[in-house]
Design a protein around this ligand. Structure first.
Ligand code: NAD
Ligand code: MG
Length: 392
């Protein structure tokens, strides 16, 4: 029996993970559920999945969670706060952790699970962008197995099943759907609304990653993610826009062979790979019928003029040190401001670029240094937004 902590249980990845878990009651069990601040949503999941522990990150939610569990007649133990999430992720009530908290807030629990040697189903890409070297080192030292839960990296993981395959790897091609504004020119993007930006043509996801997909920052974060997960440098990673979102990425080996993984755009496939690997579990996702999907697979180069976030991410990876941490933090604040209609869509790349040039560079070798860079970038962007005044 695999005992699983689902961190970010009330989110999009959390729902997909719990859907796959519920299909295999004889082998998978959700023992820990954690969420940010929505106590009612967490309680509803507890009624269905009956975990041993439920944690709400926002400490103000503790009493409501505790009383709600009691009123529902559940023996699930209530906890609150980020430290409790870390302790449960590292503790003996789980052997597997789904790291699906959004943003840099996911780093402490992801690191805790890595140190503790868990099977780590890593959806929280921001933790790799912020502290990739430290996280990979922690997983190595702790004996954790990381299975990437990002469709592209999960595809690459499946194409690189062993050390011999990884040795022969020459090149990685990440595919990108292109997001809701594929084909739009830069000057037409100024006025787009949060509603338009989160309406992704192929994937149903949380609001932050949906905006990241619309700016192509998501693909930029994924380039940095791929660098850490598969130990490949910038020159051996590129990006192709593939509007059908059926080919989830490609790996090319030194003998000229290219492998790809294909499937419908549904994260339950990646999660089932993570829970079962190397076995294959039923996920609820149908097999791919290429003709029913239109019978076409198209590829085009990304437009870096309309979507400069991808270029900024490539630059941050090349610069190294704290630059990816600054990129990530600046993007989080800018996206949140865009979702709150405090800034326009094109301000996202502008704010990230300004933070990258306005924040001192440093080394990425300590958590403290990375947290300082993250905090400095957040301050920089908040200050810029205040200076800019209300969005028109
Ligand atoms: P979401 O917004 O739907 O869910 C986020 C979850 O994190 C929620 O359960 C929320 O309660 C929790 N959370 C937020 N702040 C928290 C905090 N401070 N402490 C504890 N919990 C907190 O997001 P999502 O789309 O499920 O994405 C989650 C992560 O997975 C992101 O890092 C995203 O980049 C990555 N990812 C998502 C998809 C996808 O298809 N949704 C695909 C690839 C990668
Ligand atoms: Mg992805």
């Amino acid at each position: 029996m695999r005992e699983i902590a689902v961190l970010g249980a009330t989110g999009s990845i959390g729902a997909s993970a719990l859907d796959v878990i519920a299909r295999h009651p004889e082998r998978l069990r959700a023992t820990v559920l954690a969420a940010g601040s929505n106590v009612d949503a967490l309680l509803a999941l507890c009624r269905t999945h009956r975990p041993r522990h439920a944690v709400i990150a926002d400490e103000a939610g503790y009493i409501a969670l505790r009383d709600g569990l009691r009123d529902a007649g559940l023996d699930t133990e209530a906890h609150a706060g980020a430290d409790a999430i870390c302790a449960l992720a590292a503790g003996s009530d789980c052997d597997t952790v789904v790291a699906a908290i959004v943003g840099a807030a996911g780093l402490p629990s992801t690191l805790a699970a890595a140190h503790a040697g868990k099977r780590l189903l890593l959806a929280n890409k921001e933790s790799l962008v912020l502290a990739g070297e430290l996280l990979m080192q922690a997983a190595c030292n702790g004996g954790a197995t990381i299975v990437p839960i990002d469709s592209e990296h999960n595809a690459i993981f499946q194409c690189l099943p062993d050390a011999a395959a990884r040795d022969g790897l020459a090149h990685i091609t990440l595919t990108a759907s292109g997001g809701p504004f594929r084909g739009w020119r830069r000057d037409t993007l100024e006025a787009v609304t949060p509603e338009q930006a989160v309406a992704h043509p192929k994937w149903s996801m949380g609001p932050k990653i949906s905006v990241d997909s619309a700016t192509l920052m998501n693909k930029g974060l994924e380039v940095i993610e791929a660098h850490h997960l598969f130990n490949v440098e910038r020159a051996r990673i590129d990006v192709l826009v593939h509007p059908q979102s059926l080919v989830h990425s490609l790996v090319t080996f030194r003998d000229g062979s290219t492998l790809a993984q294909l499937g419908l755009p549904d994260m339950r496939t990646a999660l089932a790979v993570g829970f079962g690997w190397p076995e294959r579990l039923e996920s609820g996702v149908a097999g791919l019928d290429l003709l029913a999907q239109g019978g076409r697979l198209e590829f085009e180069a990304p437009d870096l003029d309309a979507f400069p976030c991808l270029r900024l991410a490539f630059d941050a990876l090349e610069a190294g040190g704290t630059a990816p941490a600054v990129l990530n933090a600046a993007n989080e604040v800018a996206v949140s401001a865009f979702l709150q209609r405090r800034v326009g869509f094109l301000s996202i790349p502008r704010l990230v670029e300004a933070a990258l040039s306005g924040t001192p560079a440093g080394a990425a070798d300590s958590l403290e240094g990375l947290h300082q860079a993250d905090a400095a970038a957040r301050r920089h962007v908040e200050h810029e937004i205040t200076r800019m005044g209300p969005a028109t």
